[in-house]
Ligand binder design. Structure first.
Ligand SMILES: Cc1cc2nc3c(=O)[nH]c(=O)nc-3n(C[C@H](O)[C@H](O)[C@H](O)COP(=O)(O)OP(=O)(O)OC[C@H]3O[C@@H](n4cnc5c(N)ncnc54)[C@H](O)[C@@H]3O)c2cc1C
Length: 410
């Protein structure tokens, strides 16, 4: 396969990382097309696990990321009722020292856009993809809503859970469904009492009968706290990508969240009450499995495999991008065909994605309301639960997308 032109649809985490990886590992030239007129500011502060720190390190971006993120070494589990610490999950790869990072999604995107700019990658905003079709001579055409068409040798669908690339071309029958739940999130100024709270290391999940709330610093200076919870919300039909609770809806939602999570420990209560504006992110889920590629077109990140939020979706998206970028470089060296690249990508990524999906689905069930007795039992046996959960989780943190074996000749 000679160096090619690549069309990348979507400037989310997978699109940005894919273009950076193609630039780093291959001679293929990517151009990104994004439907929004400017970079998205949607989303709260996401948790990036150690494999992402390792990726950012490999791209020379880790130091800059740490300047805008909070380094999470453990997630402490608290009882919302009593405020007592029940246990902790290490969120660090002991061997390399790579930690997790809690970072505002918009700031992370800004950082990646600067890196794209420095790498000379062209990003075209305000371009909504409407269709995909194969053309003669080994090319594929991206058809845009403004009537424009772009032909290239490779097309990457990095266009998120509602992917048009998947829906219109790769696998029209696999559709996302709304889970009935939304993630509610907001930011609060750090209240008095949180910094010195016994056992609080900067990121906590406070768990009660009516669900759990995550409370985490999201920058290195600890002056601001990210607060996130899951609740049942009817998603407005018109806005699948998140909205802000304004006016009556905002007051209503705030009241419910304070009632739900503000009844026990005064410090967590102050955090929840301190959120001025709640935003909602409807949780859509894509059935696991399916097809990742067709012809010269391949799906990356949420477009291929969006599972229930389990704190690792961004990591999977970014890992996909790095592995794919490296495979394109390998194919250029070996003169291999496009199909061989996409087949190997599927083989290399499928197991990790499926494992993650299963784990996230189980955790998602735990987000539902619990009885007083169940909650009390959970509090008593939290240490045992953490040991089992941690053992199952551990393998994931060692993954190194920039160095993982790509296998023999393509
Ligand atoms: C509530 C919630 C909380 C989460 N928290 C975490 C967390 O803490 N940690 C974590 O690792 N993951 C988290 N995730 C998952 C994570 O956000 C996603 O897995 C990740 O953002 C996927 O990135 P992506 O680039 O594949 O898709 P996206 O980020 O959705 O990007 C897709 C891009 O494509 C563009 N696009 C879409 N359609 C078109 C079109 N037709 N033409 C052109 N452009 C188009 C969109 O505008 C967008 O910019 C969370 C998810 C949810 C729902």
């Amino acid at each position: 396969m000679p160096p090619q032109r690549a069309t990348v649809i979507g400037l989310g985490l997978s699109g940005a990382l894919l273009a950076l990886s193609l630039n780093r590992y291959s001679s293929t030239i990517p151009t990104i097309y994004e439907l929004r007129a400017s970079p998205s500011t949607l989303g709260g502060a996401i948790n990036l696990t150690p494999p992402v720190s390792r990726i950012l390190d490999s791209l020379g971006l880790l130091a800059a990321a740490k300047e805008i993120a909070f380094e999470t070494k453990e997630i402490s589990i608290f009882s919302l009722r009593s405020g007592a610490k029940l246990g902790a999950l290490p969120f660090i790869d002991e061997e390399t020292g790579h930690t997790s990072l809690r970072i505002e999604r918009a700031l992370l995107l800004e950082l990646l856009i600067r890196a794209l700019d420095e790498a000379g990658v062209q990003v075209v905003f305000g371009k909504r993809l409407e269709g995909v079709r194969e053309v003669e001579d080994g090319r594929v055409a991206a058809v845009f809503a403004d009537g424009g068409e772009v032909e290239s040798e490779l097309l990457f669908g990095c266009d998120g859970i509602h992917s048009l690339v998947r829906g219109a071309y790769v696998e029209p029958d696999r559709k996302a469904t709304y889970s009935g739940l939304s993630s509610a999130y907001g930011f609060s100024a750090t209240p008095e009492g949180l910094i010195g709270k016994e056992g609080f290391e900067g990121t906590a999940v406070a768990s009660g009968m009516r669900g759990s709330v995550i409370v985490s610093y999201c920058g290195p200076r600890k002056e601001k706290v990210f607060v996130g919870a899951v609740m049942e919300v009817k998603a407005p039909d018109a806005d699948r990508d998140g909205w802000r609770g304004k006016g009556a809806m905002g007051t209503e939602a705030k009241k419910e969240l304070v009632e739900r999570f503000g009844g026990g420990d005064p410090v967590f209560k102050a955090v929840v009450e301190g959120v001025e504006e709640w935003s909602f992110f409807p949780v859509w889920v894509l059935p696991n499995g399916g097809t990742y590629w067709r012809g010269r077109t391949v799906l990356v990140g949420d477009a291929a495999h969006a599972g229930p939020p389990g704190g690792e979706g961004a990591a999977l998206a970014m890992e996909d991008a790095v592995v794919l970028g490296r495979l394109v470089g390998k194919a250029e060296e070996e003169g291999a065909a496009v199909e061989a690249v996409f087949r190997r990508y599927d083989e290399l990524r499928r197991e990790r994605v499926t494992e993650n999906y299963t784990r996230a689905s189980a955790r998602w069930e735990g987000a539902k309301n619990r009885s007083w007795l169940f909650q009390k039992t959970m509090e008593l046996f939290m240490w045992a639960f953490l040991m089992v959960w941690w053992n199952k989780r551990e393998w994931g943190f060692e993954y190194d997308a920039a160095n993982v074996e790509l296998g023999g000749k393509l």
